[in-house]
Design a protein around this ligand. Sequence first.
Ligand SMILES: Nc1ncnc2c1ncn2[C@@H]1O[C@H](COP(=O)(O)OP(=O)(O)O)[C@@H](O)[C@H]1O
Ligand SMILES: [Mg+2]
Length: 357
Amino acid sequence: MNPIVELVQVEKRFGSETVVKGIDLAVRKGEFLTILGPSGCGKTTTLRMIAGFERPTGGEILLEGRNVVDVPPYKRDVNTVFQSYALFPHMTVYDNIAYGLKMKGVPMAQRADRVKEVLRMVQLEPMAGRKPMQLSGGQQQRVAVARALINNPKVLLLDEPLGALDLKLRKQMQIELKHLQQRLGITFIYITHDQEEALTMSDRIAVMNQGRIEQVATPEEIYHYPQSKYVADFIGETNLLDVQIVSRTDSGIVLDYAGRKLVGKLGRNQTPTDKMTLSVRPERIRMAKEEEADWPFALPGKVEEVIFVGSFVRTIVRLTDGTQLHAMAPSQGKAAFTAGEQVWLGWEEADGIVIGA
Ligand SMILES: Nc1ncnc2c1ncn2[C@@H]1O[C@H](COP(=O)(O)OP(=O)(O)O)[C@@H](O)[C@H]1O
Ligand SMILES: [Mg+2]
C-alpha cells in the first residue's frame, strides 16, 4: 500500500544550522506513528513541514503521492493539534469547534450537523454549551482534537498534545486518544519526548536524534531490538557495556568484557566490528549468591544498593572493574539481596543485544 505521508530526504536549515538532516519516513494510512526524541532534536520542525508552516530546504514531502512542498497549509488534508491548544475562552465548546467552518463560510445548518458529529466522536455532546473554563484539562484537550477533526483531515498532526496535563490525567488521555484514533481510523502523526507515552500509544515509533531518524519500528521491536546505542539508551532503561567479539556461535556471540567472558546476540542490521556495545535490560539480569553451574557465564559483583520501588526491587551492583549494573526483579515481600553482599550476574544469550559502539 502506498504511504499516506512520505518524507524523502527532508532537510531544514535555519541560517547556518541544519536542524533536520535528510529524513526518510513513510507513514501508512490509518496508523499511529510517533516521532520520539529529546527536546530540540527537530520534532516540531518536522511536523511543521508536514503541515506546511515551514518549507523544507531540501527533499520532498508527499501526501498521497503528491509533492506538497509548494502547497499552502490550508490546502493540505492535514490538521494540527498543538500543545498549547489555545481554545477561545469566551466561546462555548460548540462555537470553539464550529469556528473553523464558520470562517470557511459553511452554512449554519451544515455546520450544526458537522459539529454534532464531531462532538459525538470525542464524546463531548453534553458539554456543548460550556465554556473551556468549565471543563477539565482532559475535556479541553478533547475540544482541541475536535476542532482539528472538524475539517475531516486525512492526517492529524499532534505536537505534544498532552504535555500540559498532570501525569495521571496524561496516562488516561493517552489511552483515550489511542481509542479515538482506532475508532476513527485517521492517520495520527504524534510527537512526544516521553518514551513511555510513545510505547503506550504507537503502532510504530520513529526515534529521532539531532535531526536524524535512528530507527522506525514497532514499540516491541524498538524495545527488544534497538539498532543503535542511542535508541537502546533512550527507550526504556538499559545497561550498556563496552565489549569485544571473541567468536560467533550458531545462535549468538561470545564476547570479552574487561577480560571476562560473556554472551549475547548480534542486534538486527548490525555489522560486527572491533568495538561493540552490549545492551541488557535490567529486568533481564539474573542474580545468584553462588556461581551457578548451568549459566553460560557469570560476572562477579557486589551489591551496592537495594531499592524498593513498589512492584519492583531495583538492585544496583558494582562489577569488579567499577561499572554499575542495574537489575530489576518483581518484589516478593522481602528483598533477596542486601547491600554489601557478593553476587553473580548473568543473562540469556538472547537478552544481551550487541550493537555498534
Ligand atoms: N524558526 C526557527 N529559527 C531558528 N531556529 C529554529 C527555528 N525553529 C526551531 N529552531 C531550532 O531548531 C532546533 C529544533 O527545534 P524543534 O524542531 O522545535 O525541536 P523539538 O520539537 O524536537 O524540541 C532547535 O535547536 C531550535 O532552536
Ligand atoms: Mg517541539
